[in-house]
Design a protein around this ligand. Structure first.
Ligand code: ZN
Ligand code: ZN
Ligand code: ZN
Length: 362
């Protein structure tokens, strides 16, 4: 998919002008891919995009990486094994007053840059880059929709194709990752299978626990599809749930829906969190909802905007984020239901569509 990298770089320069930033330094990571399409490997050999307020952007890469670079709206400088890349990069601008350094820049490089530009004020580049990356264009939303449909397909196949009882969480997780790739993702990036009491730990690592009949199982997984992430959660029951378990599941489903229905341009992020959380609080389970309601998603699985109390930034058209309320009851079980939603002019555009009810599995 071809993105408008020169447009993105122009908008970055406009922002630099507004914020008085002379230089932006971006090393391997999502910011670099966003502006260049280049997926660099983070290593002790520095890769850095140097964007100066008045010059052509320069992408400095180790010489051995240069052959895999594609032409873009930036000059490529390949540095050799005996060169000093930091020195070459700092030559692009004499005495910058304010430098924005990428969140993924290794501190060893940042410290080296700071030794060369001793007078500069340093700010995190994400204060600029998130302004652009948060507002997805149509193509990006379609990329995210395709990835979301991929995990939906996997969710839909679980009931018929995946056996839970008598198998370990690790084995089930392996099936889900394999299916994630099978449906078209380039990679499966994370897979949480949290059964029975393990479900009370939101980021549980699938382990050796053997899943039993009657267990509630939280399955949260996703991968990357041409750079864009999927991330979805459904909660399954091995056999029949108890009345209490079904009640909690219904509550979380209602909270998920309340959160999604609140999405529209102009509504503060905190308001989405409040809408979902108040459903759970009203039923007396507030203390068991122990995380924010959601996170932005795009080239990274967690990025701005964060759907959390205190973030009063109003939603805008093109923002994409998860809505994933949960209830986690220690030593018993957990429930989470997670969808990716895009804020559209008409309100919520939910990218995931898999059955949100508690599907029974064997
Ligand atoms: Zn999470
Ligand atoms: Zn998730
Ligand atoms: Zn998530």
């Amino acid at each position: 998919m071809a993105f408008d990298y020169s447009g993105r770089l122009e908008r970055l320069k406009d922002l630099m002008g507004d914020r008085g930033v002379d230089v932006v330094l971006l090393s391997a990571g999502a910011d670099l891919s966003y502006f260049t399409g280049y997926e660099a490997m983070a290593s002790e050999r520095l890769t850095v995009l140097v964007v100066t307020i008045d010059g052509e952007p320069v992408l400095l890469v180790p010489e051995l990486e240069a052959p895999r670079l594609e032409v873009g709206p930036f000059e490529v400088v390949a540095w050799g094994e005996t060169d000093d890349p930091v020195e070459i990069a700092t030559r692009q601008r004499r005495f910058p007053e304010r430098v924005a350094v990428g969140d993924h820049m290794w501190s060893a490089f940042t410290i080296a840059f700071q030794k060369n530009w001793t007078e500069a004020i340093w700010v995190p580049a994400s204060t600029l880059t998130r302004e652009l990356r948060m507002r997805k264009d149509r193509i990006e939303i379609e990329e995210l929709r395709r990835a979301a449909r991929g995990v939906d397909l996997v969710m839909g196949r679980i009931q018929d194709e995946v056996r839970f009882s008598g198998r370990t969480e690790r084995d089930v997780a392996r099936d889900l990752s394999a299916m994630t790739v099978e449906v078209g993702h380039d990679t499966a990036e994370f897979t949480i299978v949290a059964s029975g009491p393990n479900g009370a730990s939101p980021h549980h690592t699938p382990g050796d626990r053997v899943i039993e009949r009657g267990d509630i199982v939280v399955c949260d997984f996703g991968g990357r599809w041409e750079g864009y992430y999927s991330d979805s959660t459904r909660t399954f029951c091995v056999g029949e749930p108890s009345v209490g378990e079904a009640e909690v599941h219904g509550l979380v489903q209602e909270a998920n829906q309340a959160g999604r229905e609140t999405v529209r341009p102009g509504v503060p992020c905190s308001e989405i969190d409040r809408a979902a959380r108040s459903v759970i609080e009203a039923a007396g389970y507030g203390e068991y909802f122990i995380h924010r309601t959601g996170h932005g998603i795009g080239l990274e699985v967690h990025e701005h905007p964060y759907i959390v109390k205190g973030n009063d930034m109003p939603l805008e058209i093109g923002m994409t984020f998860s809505i994933e309320p949960g209830v986690y009851i220690p030593d018993r079980f957990g429930v989470r239901i997670e969808d990716i939603v895009a804020c559209s002019e008409r309100g919520p555009d939910t990218l995931n569509a898999a059955d949100r009810s508690m599907v029974r599995v064997d």
